[in-house]
Design a protein around this ligand. Structure first.
Ligand code: ZN
Length: 433
């Protein structure tokens, strides 16, 4: 299949000055020409890119896709611990089918907002994989661990082999991490086991870390050290470690993250919504720590909208007097996202030989006219609803704001049905206890 995107303003994210007006030629899912395209290239499909910016698909590096059910739910809970208690009572009754429809809904929302790849952590991973396979979305799924080493070992023995097979057969669309949830929900043994399995199978480790002040204070009280220092003492911080949040750190923590080359996944909406504070991202980046962007789940954000996330990341960094530039923000959401997920050889920038993970963003809205700087426009004025077309490995999964692979009405209906059923199950369970 040969596709030509014609006459777009191309932002390849290979450097701030690397902007071109022109076309992108795609063959068998891969970018084969960019900018000037030979007239000999005969496309099976031509997509008009005029009045659009073309950039790499956004990469959401931290989410819990199936938590779609918890949008604008329990928003009055404004601290992490009480909010977690409330959500856990619903998760306790979640079925595999609930997780499948939640994941499908999340993928649809992400595609419509220009996201072409996400990094997930949740239960019943095969259901999220089923949703990924049906939508042609790129996803890195986490074999999620809670509790002690014995429990974690059983989970790993039950599912690692089949998940590694899925990863192998997906030819790069689906990747796998080992995902111990957090230092306050997993024992030291679980973290040691996660590091060992990751090493043995060349996988990344994905975890929540230093998300709330409460977590850090409890760690210092009970263990005598910060969560960052503690994971390092367990030999669990490396260049393959993806640390979500990392809001509260001291000078030693920053030095440790830098020395171990661990990646930080910044989730500003979630951190604000759960009153966890603002992560010192400028400081991390100035130290050379890799920082990518994520939304966290819909439960602690209410959306999976990477445009809003970019805007908030810019706003709160500026509000602290440590601004990130618009280019740095878009880079966090594209190139660095791909880099931390180990996907930079195929994703994250628009270059010949890479997968055609491309989004076209319509710039004709009055709210975004004129465009003086395209990166500022992406961060501050353009919105997810301006995304008009999305290609994932050359497949046009969203075109003229319509899904090509997904029956969105069925997903909407099923999501509501499953949520009503889940609420009834929680009521019945509470009555019976
Ligand atoms: Zn999270």
């Amino acid at each position: 299949m040969k596709i030509l995107i014609q006459d777009a303003r191309i932002l390849p994210m290979t450097g701030e000055g690397d902007e071109a007006r022109g076309s992108i030629a795609i063959e068998d899912g891969v970018i084969c020409q960019i900018g000037e395209v030979d007239t000999s290239f005969k496309a099976d499909l031509v997509v008009d890119g005029s009045y659009h910016v073309a950039l790499p698909g956004l990469i959401n590096t931290h989410t819990h896709a199936a938590m779609q059910y918890f949008k604008n739910f329990n928003d009055a809970e404004t601290n992490l611990q009480s909010w977690l208690q409330s959500v856990w009572s619903y998760e306790a009754v979640m079925s595999d089918e609930d997780i499948y429809w939640g994941s499908l809904s999340a993928i649809a929302e992400m595609i419509a907002g220009g996201t072409t790849c996400f990094n997930d952590m949740y239960f019943s991973v095969p259901e999220t994989i089923r949703a990924l396979q049906e939508t042609h979305m790129k996803g890195t799924v986490g074999l999620t661990l809670f509790g002690d080493e014995q429990e974690s070992r059983e989970r790993i023995e039950r599912s690692l082999h089949s998940l590694l097979n899925v990863k192998r057969e997906s030819k790069g669309l689906i990747d796998l991490t080992i995902a111990p949830h957090a230092p306050y929900t997993c024992t030291d043994g679980t973290y040691r086991l996660a590091a060992e399995v990751a090493r043995d199978h060349d996988l990344m480790v994905h975890t929540h870390l230093s998300e709330s002040l409460f977590e850090v204070e409890e760690s210092k009280k009970t263990l005598g050290e910060s969560p960052v220092a503690h994971l390092n003492s367990l030999d669990s911080l490396h260049s393959n470690t993806l640390c979500a949040h990392v809001v509260h750190t001291d000078t030693h923590d920053v030095a440790t993250l830098k020395k171990q080359n661990a990646a930080v996944l910044h989730n500003p909406s979630s951190n604000c919504k759960l009153s966890n504070g603002i992560a010192p991202i400028r400081r991390y980046m100035d130290e050379g720590i890799r920082v990518a962007l994520g939304t966290d789940g819909s439960s602690s954000n209410n959306t999976l909208d990477m445009f809003r996330e970019m805007r908030l990341a810019a706003m709160i960094s500026a509000s602290q007097g440590t601004p990130l530039s618009p280019y740095e923000i878009v880079e966090m959401a594209t190139k660095t996202g791909a880099q931390v997920l180990g996907r930079l050889d195929t994703s994250g920038t628009l270059e010949v030989g890479k997968d055609a993970d491309i989004i076209l963003v319509d710039t004709r809205g009055i709210h975004t006219t004129p465009i003086n700087n395209p990166y500022s426009a992406l961060v501050f004025t353009l919105a997810s609803c301006d995304v008009s077309s999305v290609f994932i490995r050359g497949k046009l999964v969203y075109h003229s704001k319509q899904f090509t692979e997904i029956d969105i009405n069925t997903i909407r209906e099923q999501l509501c049905l499953h949520w009503e059923s889940m609420k009834q199950r929680v009521i019945r369970k509470r009555r019976s206890t």
